[in-house]
Design a protein around this ligand. Structure first.
Ligand code: ASP
Length: 320
C-alpha cells in the first residue's frame, strides 16, 4: 500500500517538438487542448469508477489515436512511400506484463492490438505482416484500409520533409540526417489507479518520411514505454536517441536504484542524457505517490494531467 491508495492520477501527452506559439492559430490551440481533455475524460471515466491503470491508459491513448491532430492512429505521419506504419506499446507496472506492435498498417487503434498481444499471445512484441495476421485472430481489433489514416496536413508535412531533405542533400555543410525537433509527434498516457497500480502506453505513426521499416522508441519496452510498481513513463521525441538511452526505463531505474525524485530522474534523462547525445523530446512520468513530471527539451509538448488531489490542467508551452 502507498500513501495514495484510494486516489488516482493520469497524465497524457500528444507529442513534443518544434511547436511555436506564433505558428499556431487560436483554433489549432483550442482543438488540440480539447482533444487532450477528451483523452483525460476517457481515462478519468475508468479511474474514477475503480478501474485499472491499464484500462485507463488504453482508453486515453485510444482517444488520442482517434484525434487527427496527433501523430498516432488517424493523423499518423506518412512514410517515404506515402503510406502509414504505426507502432504502439502498453505495460502494466505491478505485473510487468507488456505488449507491443510495430509497423502495422491496417489497425485502427494500435494500442488495442498491443494489449491483445500482451493478454492473448505468449509474446511481447509483434511486427508488420505477422502482427496483422495475429490481428486477424482477434475480434476486438478494428481494421481499416491504410488510407483511412490519411490527413491533408500530414501529407503536406511529407512533401515539405522531402523537399527539405532534397535541399539539404544538395547544400554542402548541411546534414540531411539532422532531424532535431522536425518530424515528431506521438501520444501516450501514464496512470495510477485507486489500487495503487501504475501503467503506461504509447502510440505513434513514427517519423515523417521514414523508410526501410524504421521503428522508433514508442513500441520498445524500456525506451518509449515503461511501468513498474513505483514508476510509469511514456516518452516522445527523436526515437533513435530514446532507444540509445533506454529513456523510459532509465527514468524509473533512477527512482528505484538511486532514490532520485521522479522530477530529478526525468529531468536528468531528458535534459542531460538525451540532450548530450544530440537528441530532443520529452516524457510524462508518474510515480506511485502521485508525483508527476513532464520535462521536455523542445519548444513545446502537448500534455494534460489529473493529479491525485484532483487538480486538472492542460498545456502546450513551457510557461503553461
Ligand atoms: N518517438 C517517436 C518516434 O521516434 C516520435 C515522437 O515521439 O515524436 O517514432
Amino acid at each position: 500500500m502507498n500513501g495514495t491508495s484510494g486516489r488516482f492520477a493520469l497524465v497524457v501527452h500528444g507529442g513534443a517538438g518544434v511547436i511555436e506559439r506564433e505558428d499556431m492559430s487560436a483554433e489549432d490551440e483550442r482543438d488540440i487542448l480539447a482533444s487532450l481533455e477528451d483523452a483525460l475524460d476517457a481515462g478519468h471515466a475508468v479511474l474514477s469508477t475503480g478501474g485499472s491503470a491499464l484500462d485507463a491508459v488504453q482508453a486515453a491513448v485510444v482517444a488520442l489515436e482517434e484525434a487527427p491532430r496527433f501523430n498516432a492512429g488517424r493523423g499518423s505521419v506518412y512514410t517515404a512511400d506515402g503510406t502509414h506504419e504505426l507502432d504502439a506499446s502498453i505495460m502494466e507496472g505491478h505485473t510487468r506484463r507488456a505488449g507491443a506492435v510495430a509497423g502495422v498498417a491496417t489497425i485502427r487503434n494500435p494500442v488495442r492490438l498491443a494489449r491483445e498481444v500482451m493478454e492473448h499471445s505468449p509474446h511481447v512484441m509483434l511486427i508488420g505482416a505477422g502482427a496483422e495476421r495475429f490481428a486477424d485472430t482477434r475480434d476486438a481489433v478494428e481494421r481499416v484500409p491504410n488510407a483511412w489514416f490519411d490527413t491533408p496536413a500530414r501529407f503536406a508535412q511529407l512533401q515539405q520533409a522531402q523537399a527539405r531533405e532534397r535541399a539539404a542533400a544538395e547544400a554542402p555543410g548541411q546534414d540531411p540526417a539532422d532531424l532535431k525537433g522536425k518530424y515528431f509527434g506521438t501520444v501516450g498516457a501514464v496512470a495510477l489507479d485507486v489500487h495503487g497500480h501504475l501503467a503506461a502506453a504509447t502510440s505513434t505513426g513514427g517519423m515523417t518520411n521514414k523508410q526501410w521499416g524504421r521503428v522508433g522508441d514508442s513500441p520498445l519496452i524500456g525506451a518509449g514505454t515503461w511501468a513498474d510498481d513505483r514508476c510509469a513513463v511514456s516518452g516522445t521525441g527523436w526515437g533513435e536517441f530514446y532507444i540509445r538511452n533506454a529513456v523510459a526505463h532509465d527514468i524509473c531505474a533512477r527512482v528505484a536504484y538511486r532514490g532520485d525524485t521522479l522530477q530529478a530522474a526525468a529531468d536528468e534523462v531528458i535534459w542531460r542524457r538525451v540532450g548530450e547525445l544530440g537528441g530532443d523530446g520529452g516524457a510524462i512520468a508518474l510515480d506511485r505517490d502521485g508525483h508527476i513530471a513532464m520535462p521536455f527539451n523542445t519548444s513545446g509538448m502537448y500534455r494534460a494531467w489529473i493529479g491525485v488531489d484532483g487538480d486538472r490542467g492542460a498545456a502546450i508551452f513551457r510557461e503553461g
